[in-house]
Design a protein around this ligand. Structure first.
Ligand SMILES: [Zn+2]
Length: 379
């Protein structure tokens, strides 16, 4: 879905496939619509060159916007897993929510402020360029990008999750109420109202003016905000519900383990077809060697499964993610999110103590919520 294009500030930058499509769409719409209408003196070839350069500059601006969030996060010790650029702009994927309200506000506000700063610089150059007589193609690039960065900053200030404005709102509510969960609930409510208004406005636009493009665009944005708010609320509820619970409290103790010398086919027959687990620790002489999962099996072709051993198919010890039993359940959740995996082996050195899965965390969260208890349970 996404390709890596490198690292900036130590953060992997990825491009989502939808971005290529949107890049072409923006370059095209500039070349055939906006530019001929605004600068009729440009040739068709120049329209395309200016359109392409402007689209490219727009994506660089979006990247700088995202990097501004990441910079504040990193400076305050908050890890950023990766930045993914996709059709709306970008997403900085935090593997951890900010620990204090002030940081959340500063981090969220950095993005729109950066966009406004870019708009200011480009707008200034555009103005000077007009006075001293820059080539019209350069003026066109500067003018468009000044406008679009201003719009980007303004759009992100809408107080709705997962937009920056929504984070500023939540951070401010959090600062005054001192309660993250209440702040998130209230901020989510605002997001939901805004998203419903956007969906209604989009529908109205389609029905009343037959403006399908803008109407569907607004409906889509409304839907995006709604689902983002929902996810954020769930994540906060989970963190709250898991408060004070350690990995040792909810892990499965003494899990079934697999010997590295058996074949992959034996593993399928004797483990995957018999037990309901999606993965097993591989252990020899009481020492953890690695982890074998359904996808390790899938990576071995059917014909080879009688010959290859679990030791050859497993994810080796050096590359697996483990956690200690005294770590908090919330840490386990963050680790899984960060590494995009569904289970962690609980170890003491190279001894396996247990296994903890995303399902265990969800079950525990649900139980705490059903009982209406948040922090005290389990301790
Ligand atoms: Zn932002």
């Amino acid at each position: 879905m996404s390709v890596n294009i490198g690292k900036i500030l130590g953060i992997p930058i990825r491009i989502h496939w939808t971005l290529w499509f949107v890049f072409l769409l923006i370059a095209w719409s500039l070349a055939v619509g906006y530019l001929p209408a605004t600068y009729p003196q440009l040739s068709v070839t120049m329209d395309w060159i200016v359109g392409t350069v402007s689209a490219l500059l727009l994506f660089i601006s979006v990247l700088v916007h995202e990097l501004s969030h990441s910079y504040i996060a990193k400076k305050n010790g908050l890890p950023i897993a990766r930045i993914t650029l996709f059709f709306f702009g970008g997403v900085s994927e935090m593997s951890q929510e900010p620990q204090d309200a002030g940081l959340e506000v500063r981090m969220a506000a950095a993005g729109p402020l950066t966009s406004f700063a870019i708009a200011g610089v480009l707008g200034g150059l555009w103005y000077i360029g007009g006075l001293v007589g820059f080539p019209i193609a350069v003026i066109a690039v500067l003018g468009y990008n000044a406008l679009i960065n201003g719009a980007l900053g303004a759009f992100n200030l809408i107080p709705a999750f997962p937009l920056d404005g929504g984070r500023v709102l939540r951070g401010s509510l959090w600062r005054s109420s001192k309660n993250l969960l209440t702040a998130t609930k209230n901020a989510t409510r605002v997001s939901e109202i805004l998203s419903l208004l956007m969906i209604a406005a989009g529908l109205l636009l389609v029905v009343a003016t037959a403006d399908f493009v803008n109407g569907i665009w607004i409906i889509f944005l409304g839907w995006f905000i709604r689902s983002g708010a929902e996810t954020s609320l769930q994540q906060t509820q989970m963190t709250e519900a898991l408060h004070g619970i350690t990995v040792g409290d909810i892990m499965t103790k003494n899990p079934l383990t697999v010997n590295p010398s058996i074949t992959v086919q034996q593993l399928v027959n004797e483990f995957f077809l018999v037990h309901p687990h999606g993965g097993y620790p591989v252990v020899q002489n009481d020492k953890l060697q690695g982890v074998v999962t359904m996808s390790s099996v899938r990576s071995i072709s059917k014909e080879r499964r009688d010959f290859e051993t679990v030791g050859q198919a497993m994810v080796p010890f050096q590359r697996i993610v483990t956690i200690g039993q005294m770590a908090s359940a919330a840490d386990a959740m963050q680790k899984m999110a960060q590494k995009q995996i569904g289970r962690l082996i609980v170890t003491d050195g190279d001894t396996v103590l247990g296994i903890i899965t995303r399902g265990d965390l969800m079950k525990r969260t649900k139980m705490s919520q059903d009982l209406g208890v948040q922090s005290a349970i389990g301790r």
